[in-house]
Design a protein around this ligand. Structure first.
Ligand SMILES: *Cc1c(COP(=O)(O)O)cnc(C)c1O
Length: 222
């Protein structure tokens, strides 16, 4: 297995190059997705000065957090079953997969503090993907005003499984347009300044299209 610090240097260079290509100015936070690796490997990420870790199962997140505690910010990036909210909601710093009212209601009931949430959008419309349809995102966010524990920090999406860069780019640029529409709503609970998009195979395109959080597993810690 390659050293994480070497992978990180390579990824940071790719991010810088992508920013230069598109004249992008945004700050980008790298989330190391550690769902397929050991806690030891996650600790190596922290020692390489990556302070944001992503997990997609409650068990995986809690097991790693047991060892790493608050040396990292914790991102829950997978779809979250309503009945599992109570297991993790007070152990995470960001939820990337808010996609339905029943989930919002359960968060409101269980959270002991404000939870930073990304609304997940299924921009590509692929049936296998979680998330709200593009057309549903604005009204969904507007309907969250009743909740006191939910802060919408941004939007999240996953690109479709394709090698077609044109299609991937369109998904990311559509998410950015949607994010800007949410900003225009001026909702106090939904500043929506962030874009969580880009994984190992497509983070350079995501950065070119405005990503502020990239979620990288295989290329970084795999
Ligand atoms: C696994 C996963 C990632 C990371 O995927 P890689 O291709 O390994 O970089 C990012 N986001 C989500 C939601 C994931 O489930």
């Amino acid at each position: 297995m390659a050293k994480i610090s070497d992978n990180l240097r390579q990824i940071q260079k790719q991010i810088e190059d992508a920013k230069n290509r598109s004249n992008a100015q945004q700050d980008i936070t790298i989330i190391a997705v550690t769902k397929q690796v050991t806690a030891e490997r996650a600790i190596e990420a922290i020692e390489s000065r990556i302070f944001h870790l992503g997990e997609n199962r409650p068990e995986g997140l809690l097991a790693k957090k047991e060892e790493i505690k608050d040396r990292a910010k914790w991102h829950y990036i997978g779809s979250l079953q309503t009945r599992k909210v109570k297991q993790v909601i007070n152990d995470i710093d960001y939820l990337h997969s808010l996609d339905r009212m029943s989930l919002a209601e359960e968060i409101e009931k269980r959270a002991e503090r404000t939870v930073n949430c990304f609304v997940q959008a299924n921009v590509s419309g692929e049936e296998s993907k979680h998330g709200l349809a593009k057309e549903e995102v604005l009204s969904f966010i507007q309907s969250l005003s009743q909740f006191t524990k939910i802060r919408i920090v941004g939007l999240m999406t996953m690109a479709p499984n394709t090698d077609d860069e044109v299609i991937i780019r369109k998904v990311f640029s559509d998410l950015k347009k949607l994010q800007q529409e949410v900003v225009k709503l001026n909702l106090p609970y939904a500043p929506c300044t962030e874009l969580s998009m880009g994984m190992s195979n497509d983070f350079e395109i995501a950065v070119e299209e405005g990503a502020t959080f990239v979620r990288i597993g295989t290329a970084l810690v795999g």
